[in-house]
Design a protein around this ligand. Structure first.
Ligand SMILES: [Zn+2]
Length: 363
C-alpha cells in the first residue's frame, strides 16, 4: 500500500521543483556517521523531508500573497518565522519597509533577498524573479519532524518554486542558512531560472540549472562587495559551514572538488573539473550538484581572463544564455551559445576567451 507517508520518504532534493542548497550526497554521508546527533538528524532529513511536507502546507494557504506584483523596480519582501516547524510560511515577522527586528535570521533573509533583487534590477533591468514584480517570500527557522512530531532545525535551505525556506543548521557542521548572501541569491536564482530556460532538473540540464544558481549566487555577493573577478572568492556557502580546516564551503567554483576534503562529517567534495571525469551515475538526480563543477570552472576561467568585474561581460553573456537555452539543453549547448553571444554582443577577443574556457574542461 502506498501511503502519504511513503510518498514523502525520499530526499527532498530528488524532487522537482524543490531546490536545496545542501545536496543529497552530503546528507547521505552524514547519515552513515557514528556521531549519534549528526546521524539522527541526517536520517530525519532523508526520511521525512521537511521540504516536501512544507510545500503542502504552503500550497494550501499561499495564493493571496503569491500574486502581489509590485511596480517596476520596487521591492516587495515578506519574511516569515516558521518557529521551528515545517508548516510554511509561518508567522509574518517583517514586511517591506519595516525596520529591523531583534532576530538576525529575519534581517538577513530580508537584506539578502533585497540585495538579490537590486542586483537583477540594476545590472539586467529585471523586475524581480519573474520580471513582473513578484513578491520575495522567505521563511526562517524552518524545522523538520522526525515522524513522532518532534522537530529539529532544518539542515538546509530551499526554493520550492514559490518561496525560500531556511533552516538554522545543526551547529556542528552547518550554521543558520540565512548567513550567506550567495546561498540566498543561489536560491532566488532558481526562481529566475524557472522563468527563463526552466532547465529540466536532471542530468546535464539539471547541472546547468545548478550552475546558473551558483554563478549568479556568487555574482550578487561580488557586486554587493565591489570585488573584481581576480580578488573575489568563488566559494559557495562559506558562511553556512561551522569553520573547520577540512571545509571551506559547499562548492568551490574555481576548484571543483576542493570545497571540503577528508572532513569528518562531509567526506570529500565529489565535483569533477573536466568532462573526462563527469559523473554518470543516478545519484543526485544524475549529478545535478556534482557535474555543475564543470561549467562553474569555465565561468571562473572566462571571468578572470576577461578581467574586471565578473558580473559585467561574463555575467551578461551567461544571463543572456540562460534565456536562449531550452529545457533539455546540455553542456555543449551552453558552450556554443555563450561563444555566440560573446561574439555578437562583444568582440572576437571575448569570443576567444569563452572558447578557451570551455576547451579547458574538454568541450
Ligand atoms: Zn540549487
Amino acid at each position: 500500500m502506498t501511503s502519504a507517508w511513503h510518498r514523502t520518504r525520499r530526499p527532498c532534493c530528488h524532487r522537482n521543483p524543490v531546490h536545496c542548497i545542501v545536496p543529497p550526497y552530503m546528507v547521505e554521508y552524514m547519515a552513515r556517521l557514528a556521531d549519534p546527533l549528526i546521524r539522527e538528524r541526517a536520517l530525519v532529513a532523508l526520511a521525512h523531508c521537511a521540504a516536501v511536507r512544507a510545500v503542502r502546507a504552503f500550497a494550501q494557504q499561499m495564493p493571496a500573497m503569491m500574486v502581489a506584483p509590485s511596480p517596476s523596480g520596487r521591492r516587495h519582501r515578506l519574511v516569515y518565522d516558521a518557529r521551528g516547524k515545517d508548516s510554511l510560511p509561518g508567522k509574518l515577522a517583517r514586511s517591506e519597509g519595516e525596520s529591523k527586528t531583534s532576530d538576525p535570521a529575519v534581517n538577513e533573509a530580508y537584506d539578502y533577498s533585497g540585495d538579490t533583487f537590486d542586483f537583477y534590477h540594476t545590472i539586467f533591468g529585471r523586475n524581480s524573479l519573474d520580471d513582473a514584480g513578484m513578491s520575495l517570500v522567505s521563511s526562517v527557522h524552518v524545522g523538520e519532524a522526525d515522524g513522532r512530531d518532534r522537530y529539529q532545525p532544518m539542515n538546509n535551505a530551499f526554493w520550492d518554486g514559490s518561496q525560500m525556506a531556511y533552516g538554522d543548521g545543526d551547529g556542528v557542521v552547518f550554521e543558520g542558512f540565512t548567513r550567506s548572501l550567495d546561498v540566498v541569491a543561489h536560491e532566488l536564482t532558481h526562481g529566475v531560472e524557472s522563468f527563463s530556460s526552466n532547465l529540466l532538473y536532471r542530468g546535464q540540464s539539471g547541472a546547468l540549472n545548478e550552475h546558473f544558481a551558483d554563478v549568479f549566487g556568487v555574482l550578487v555577493r561580488q557586486w554587493r562587495r565591489g570585488e573584481s573577478a581576480d580578488q573575489a572568492s568563488w566559494i559557495v556557502g562559506h558562511e553556512v559551514l561551522v569553520p573547520a580546516p577540512t571545509r571551506r564551503g559547499i562548492r568551490d567554483m574555481e576548484h571543483p572538488g576542493d570545497a571540503y576534503r577528508n572532513d569528518p562529517y562531509l567526506g570529500t567534495d565529489p565535483q569533477p573539473d573536466h568532462m573526462d571525469r563527469i559523473y554518470k551515475g543516478p545519484a543526485d538526480s544524475g549529478g545535478v550538484h556534482i557535474n555543475s563543477g564543470i561549467p562553474n570552472r569555465v565561468f571562473v576561467i572566462v571571468a578572470k581572463a576577461l578581467g574586471g568585474n565578473a558580473w559585467e561581460t561574463a555575467g551578461e553573456i551567461w544571463y543572456e544564455a540562460m534565456f536562449q537555452l531550452s529545457r533539455t539543453s546540455q553542456f555543449a549547448d551552453l558552450a556554443k551559445i555563450t561563444a555566440q553571444i560573446a561574439g555578437d554582443r562583444f568582440d572576437a577577443a571575448t569570443k576567444k576567451a569563452v572558447r578557451t574556457g570551455w576547451k579547458k574542461v574538454g568541450l
